[in-house]
Design a protein around this ligand. Sequence first.
Ligand SMILES: NC(=O)NCCC(=O)O
Length: 383
Amino acid sequence: MSACEFESLEKSLESHLPEAELVEVKRILFGKETKKLDLPACAVEAASERDFELKGYKFDAAQEQLRPPRNIRVGLIQHHIVLPTDAPILDQISAMHSRIGEMVEVAATCGVNIVCFQETWTMPFAFCTREKEPWTEFAESAEEGNTTRFCQELAKKYNMVIVSPILEREELHGTLWNTAVVISNSGNMLGKSRKNHIPRIGDFNESTYYMEGNTGHTVFQTQFGKIAVNICYGRHHPLNWFMYSMNGAEIIFNPSATVGALSEPMWPIEARNAAIANHCFTCAINRVGTEHFKSEFTSGDGKKAHHDFGHFYGSSYVAAPDGSRTPGLSRTRDGLLVVEMDLNLNRQISDKWSFKMTGRYAEYAEELAKVVQHDFKPKIVKE
Ligand SMILES: NC(=O)NCCC(=O)O
């Protein structure tokens, strides 16, 4: 079986382990067995008809005396590109809009309050090619673009906050960015958050296309909680998660596009660790499939030129501040993960572990200010 045919770790464990052992394995692997969420039969039926995986889980928090529970539902959507990469651009974008439209409809049936799509969801991840055309034509205005308009309609119709990561074109200066547009459940655009860290690894030649973000670590106050978006490669930077959390994020989304050979061993750890370290929920989303490009490209590794990027392994999941996590979606199929969470858990875990209270931030700030100076001398004691 090839890596791109292996559907999921959980499925494999479920089909090979005796039941009692499976319970223990899941407890160790996922922190505790996350409760399954009962989803409406019509949603399950629609997902099956529309050929995508639908899974639901629930994170509980303790009942408090002074605060009512703050239960909300998030939806994570992972998907293939719909049309081949050489189809007309508008057709590719429209096909992706229809696919997302039918998945969001199911999310609405499942009571999702905030949905997040994968990184640059309207396009193939063509940055491996280093060709500017036609890929830059996928870029749209975050404020006025068709994709934002499309999401605004969905947000209003379903009373849902939508996080829509796109390739953004800022018309005034012609600058391109990798941007998550955040749309309120009222249908208004709440704002945008640009990708802070651009990869320079493997075929992720993204610095050829767009710039490091300049929107800092914005947090969006929505009706369903304070949310932030740490786009893809930003998940390797603990300080990036940290700064969103310092600005008050209760849920940090990590819309991504990453391939198996490069990052799969890191995937289950990074967002989960960020949830633990920052007393918040994190949501990691990755696309699925293998995308083929007409022109060959090389990977700068001495190997032959090739036409495809490698396998995007999906495996989207949600992690909670207590260190537990949901099982992942499939490595191969489109999917919607619906997760109910009580946001009160963040403060409960903060009171228990107190990482923010015990963090020596003033000391770090002082030392870091010195470290970044060009004449910095490391503090090393020698015999
Ligand atoms: N899209 C993106 O930033 N990918 C970089 C590779 C990775 O972070 O796994």
